[in-house]
Design a protein around this ligand. Structure first.
Ligand SMILES: [Zn+2]
Length: 96
């Protein structure tokens, strides 16, 4: 998967950084969204499917931030899986 350095949604810029390792309170995690800098950090040591899933999850945290929503994190993970299946469904031609 190739990701741009930034994505603009409704005038807000979401930064994306692929990093070697992410630790939150000494605990390793695969992705995190920093609302202060509007940056998604993704651990580079993931397989492609996991990277997509985590990216969608963290991107939804960005949407939660800019639209002032509040998502339950477990629901968000489930939604991210569903969205991943939707966007990778080969029967849908997104570019047409
Ligand atoms: Zn989350």
């Amino acid at each position: 998967m190739e990701l741009p350095e930034q994505i603009e949604i409704s005038g807000y810029i979401c930064n994306i950084e692929i990093v070697k390792e992410i630790k939150v309170s000494r605990k390793r995690c695969y992705g995190i969204y920093d609302a202060k800098t509007k940056t998604i950090y993704l651990d580079k040591n993931m397989d492609s499917t996991r990277m997509k899933e985590i990216f969608i999850h963290e991107f939804m945290h960005f949407l939660e931030d800019i639209y002032r929503l509040k998502f339950d994190d477990n629901y968000l993970s489930t939604l991210a899986l569903g969205i991943l299946q939707l966007v990778t469904n080969k029967k849908i031609k997104w570019t047409e």
